[in-house]
Design a protein around this ligand. Sequence first.
Ligand code: NAP
Ligand code: FE
Length: 367
Amino acid sequence: MIKRYYMPTQVFMGEDCVKSNSQLFLQMGKKALIVTGKNSAKINGSLDDVLEVLKSNGQEWALYDRVMSNPTIESVYEGAAFAKSENVDFVVAIGGGSPMDAAKAINLLTCQDIPEDKLYEGQYSDRILPMIMVPTTAGTGSEVTPYSILTNHRLQTKKSIGSPILFPKIAILDAKYTDNLPKEITINTALDALSHSIEGMLSINANPITDSIALESIRRISLCFENLKSGQLTRKQRFELLYASTLGGMVIANTKTTAVHSMGYSLTYFHDIDHGRANGLLLGEFLRYLEKSWPERIKEILSAMGMSTVNEFITMLDELLGEREKLTDEEIEKFASIAAKSPNVKNSPIVPDMEDLIRILRNSMNR
Ligand code: NAP
Ligand code: FE
């Protein structure tokens, strides 16, 4: 099989790199649509920095600050209606994966008339506004992926829109915005990033480039495990997590995710479990499942974290996750059957069937 690696997003990183790269904003046009969540960007300094740059550049903006976690299809249509009325030239997303994903979909729906029933068909034209992404969590890597993951109430799950036109033009990484991220969100998002890099290594689309990036990302996150447990992270470690999460995004942008994400979506949809936590709950048992047929690959992943057994990995996850939510037998069957229909389940070389999915879910949640 021919393998390829593609990454069109330019990445800028370092302290104060929004303000020190004001020309990046200037090149984009006269008026920005700023897409963000309700509160955090107003507190962590990220919105102030972007507004200062736009003001000093003499650029205008319209602020859309209504993005909720796990954005819904309805909400991005609402955002697009707002963007259309504001005649914007480019999009700046500030926040975690939710505002970044919402911004991609809002952008698409602002530039193209796509009815809801055609949204997932992927038949898009090239029309899209240039996007700058400023992540303020260290987890999703959405700043470098071509995906927008939306909550789909009709299908009762989360489903991804994917297209190369959704790659942001620019990602700006400044860990100072993550300084006051609460412990739980820090852990959950770090587990999302870890999951991306590990799942990327377990994907049929993995290649030597994504493997190198994934191993580097896994190694850097693992060096923060102890501090994640205590919740005491230095700025340098915050940067390590942010950088590792962007690396994880570069991995899945090419490999996609696997059954872990597919099953995790139900934990989020039906139990309101944070996206990263959902993946963290399932990751250990997925490794145990694959270890039987692919021991050398699992060993490679474990040794990047300085570990030698899957049990050791699960013990570490337990310390980060605390008590696990419980599922009923009916829920386990239902979540397994929803995951079985998701295309990403088929992304690992050993494809779990219904029984495997049920076992992974049961062993992960009801131990
Ligand atoms: P999120 O839903 O974006 O944010 C979670 C919470 O963290 C929100 O309450 C947010 O507040 C707060 N927050 C964000 N930055 C903060 C900061 N610096 N300090 C304090 N609080 C902060 O969570 P996320 O885990 O980053 O993103 C999850 C979403 O990304 C899911 O929908 C998931 O499916 C998606 N995702 C996408 C990709 C992709 O490739 N596109 C990959 C993985 C996951 P505010 O709402 O006030 O901002
Ligand atoms: Fe994810």
